[in-house]
Design a protein around this ligand. Structure first.
Ligand code: 5RP
Length: 236
């Protein structure tokens, strides 16, 4: 199976978890794109009644095109289930997100959701986090100074660029990726990053996910994370 076929397999399966009347957080990325297609199909063919809360302009545009009613996070009371992709998931169900530069909105939607589901192909599963660079969304003002501090701390920062230009998020911020190789203590690193002025949000998603669907060549596996305090409470 190709990677795209694995992504479609988990995207299609995730869409079956959505029930009539739900407010659904819609993640961002190539895997979620398949899931949103499948949801659009259910809306058109089954008359499924849902409201989608997108995590990026890209996903909002796709949802609207497919006829999924779209609302912003502040226009809904609560989100029943958010389905998103991930860049890396470790053995403890902790994750790195932001490969698509959308982790700020993804985290806001995730922490306001009753349940979170991640859909990934098997290449995203790893014993430890860190071989995927950790994205930071940073305010452009002062970002060069922040960059120097991160470099001095040995965190191997790199501004994300595309076609020679710095990548801008939907909020017009920059992305700095930390090339860490391996993260030994994700909670400690998150605490440090939370304290740095100029970092709007980092891509460590700790104690966020409830269910992970992994696409393997011989079929999807549905994994349940242990129930534990939500990220919201950890940050407080
Ligand atoms: C975007 C994300 C995506 O969920 C993550 O990058 C996975 O994307 P894909 O399904 O394309 O591999 O965090 O910011």
């Amino acid at each position: 199976m190709t990677q795209d076929e694995l992504k479609k397999m988990v995207g299609d399966l995730a869409a079956t978890y959505v029930k009539d009347g739900m407010v659904v957080g819609l993640g961002t990325g190539s895997t979620v794109k398949f899931m949103v297609d499948a949801l659009g199909h259910r809306v058109a063919k089954e008359g499924l009644k849902i409201v989608g809360v997108p995590t990026s302009d890209r996903t909002a545009a796709q949802g609207r095109k497919l006829g999924i009613p779209i609302k912003a996070v502040d226009e809904v009371d609560q989100i029943d289930l958010t389905i998103d992709g991930a860049d890396q998931i470790d053995a403890d169900f902790q994750g790195i997100k932001g490969g698509g530069a959308a982790h700020l909105f993804e985290k806001i939607v995730a922490i306001n959701s009753k349940r979170n589901m991640w859909i990934v192909d098997e290449s995203k599963m790893a014993p430890k986090l860190g071989s995927f660079p950790l994205p930071l969304e940073v305010i452009p003002y002062g970002s060069q100074q922040l960059f120097k501090r991160l470099a001095a701390k040995g965190l191997h920062p790199a501004f994300r660029e595309q076609a020679g230009q710095r990548v801008l998020t939907d909020s017009k911020n920059y992305v700095i990726d930390l090339h860490l190789g391996q993260i030994d203590d994700a909670f400690r690193l998150a605490q440090y990053l939370n304290q740095q002025v100029g970092i709007v949000e980092h891509g460590l998603f700790l104690n966020v996910v409830n269910t992970v669907i992994v696409g393997y060549a011989d079929g999807p596996k549905v994994l349940q994370a242990p129930e534990r305090p939500n990220y919201r409470d950890l940050k407080a």
